[in-house]
Design a protein. Structure first.
Length: 120
């Protein structure tokens, strides 16, 4: 059952990641990978929210592991950062790393905080 929940969540998260990435990136005329940055921040916020609610195993498998796991993408983040560095856009590469870490942690914190406010 766990594998099914993860697969169902991923089946929704992966296409949403692709569509969101393309929609966001199409609106920016810059080397910075705004699409990947956006989906990673949204996924971090959602996962922080779910974690603070202490959801049961099935919900975490479906939404946490499956959906958020497919929505967010560390491999694309890594690839895009390396591509920026190789193309001579080292400042963008460093900004991508720093902003992704800070924004991801901040988003997770905000998601957790929102869940705590809603529960109390």
């Amino acid at each position: 059952m766990s594998l099914l929940m993860v697969a169902l969540g991923a089946a929704a998260g992966a296409p949403l990641r692709y569509l969101t990435d393309r929609a966001v990136q199409a609106r920016h005329d810059t080397l910075f990978p705004w699409g990947t940055f956006t989906v990673n921040v949204i996924g971090s916020a959602l996962l922080g929210f779910l974690t603070a609610l202490s959801m049961n195993g099935t919900v975490m498998e479906l939404v946490g592991t499956g959906f958020c796991g497919a929505l967010t993408t560390y491999s694309t983040f890594s690839y895009e950062t390396l591509r920026l560095a190789e193309d001579g856009a080292r400042l963008f590469a460093l900004a991508n790393v720093a902003a992704s870490i800070v924004a991801g942690l901040a988003a997770a914190f905000c998601g957790m905080s929102l869940a705590q406010v809603l529960v109390t």
